[in-house]
Design a protein around this ligand. Sequence first.
Ligand SMILES: [Zn+2]
Ligand SMILES: [Zn+2]
Length: 354
Amino acid sequence: MKAILQYGPNDLRYEDIPYPECEPGGLILKVVAIGLCGSDIRNLTTDSRPGHYPQIWGHEHAGIVHEVGPECTAFKVGDRVASIAGSPCGQCSECRAGNNNYCLNPMPYADRQGGFAQYMPIPAEYIRRGAIKHLPDDIPFEAFGVIEPLLSVNGSHDRMNINFRDTVVICGAGPLGVIHARNAKIRGAKKVIMTEISSKRLEDVERFGVDVKIDGSKVDQVQAVLDETGGRGADKIICANPSTISQQQSLLMAKPGGIICFFGGVAKGAMTEIDSNIIHYKGLTIFGQTGGTSLAYDTGFELVCSGRFKWDDIITATMPLCKISEAIARCKAGEEIKISLHPWEDENGNEIRE
Ligand SMILES: [Zn+2]
Ligand SMILES: [Zn+2]
């Protein structure tokens, strides 16, 4: 079978590897579509697994059950399924306290074969933990590329309690930024302001529920947010980008008592210089978010499957898996919001036979 193997930063090779072994109680997933996530791009373009190459990444996979091991009763061959990267144990103190995204017995997905492949093995323990879900027949596989990130978006919106009184600033118009915007509107936010330093990414973001867009390449973003909020600042700010400057500016955009989420990770080792007196005197709350609880995941799943969260204008292109390097370049250049990769298409877009 074909897979994308990473041998180092930007060293991605489309190679033949053996069909995976199906363990008792586990299954083999035929990957039909897999989202190319910002974290994948970071992993694939940096030295993400020193000492562990070649690595097969990919965590937004959806597809069809191709084989089931003995004792696998919850799924059968032909089932349409999707699976999340996190798989909390349900037993430990963190899980029992409702913080299962901080499970003490995680199964780190980087330790297993990921979804940038035609088939992937799903361990029995992973199924036992409830990390595999049936995908309704009317939901295309590509939709999972939006369902999966909605997990962390809802996780952060739960913690910020985004509601009808809020003016929310979203810094960054990448795929996560637009998902934040749409989700904030679904949760009833009064006004959604989006800031971005790439004019191109800001084109047409109104369709995601953005009321006001601020082009940081042309105006002072902080001043523009203050102007939009009567000089007071916004209730809630989400930094959905990898910028230390954006994190710094978010303190100045917040109103007294405001809540700030550092949603995007910054480059390893990068330091954000912050005037802590702003936090002190304005009484700000700052928190970080990555991933989310099972409840946040179920919320995103339900929002997309019920049709309340429109996903198909966020996946702006589909491409064969073998063209992953081109897909990364297109995302980085802001030409696409999000790309879904197809492992069963050749470089010309023709179906590869099993
Ligand atoms: Zn993801
Ligand atoms: Zn646990």
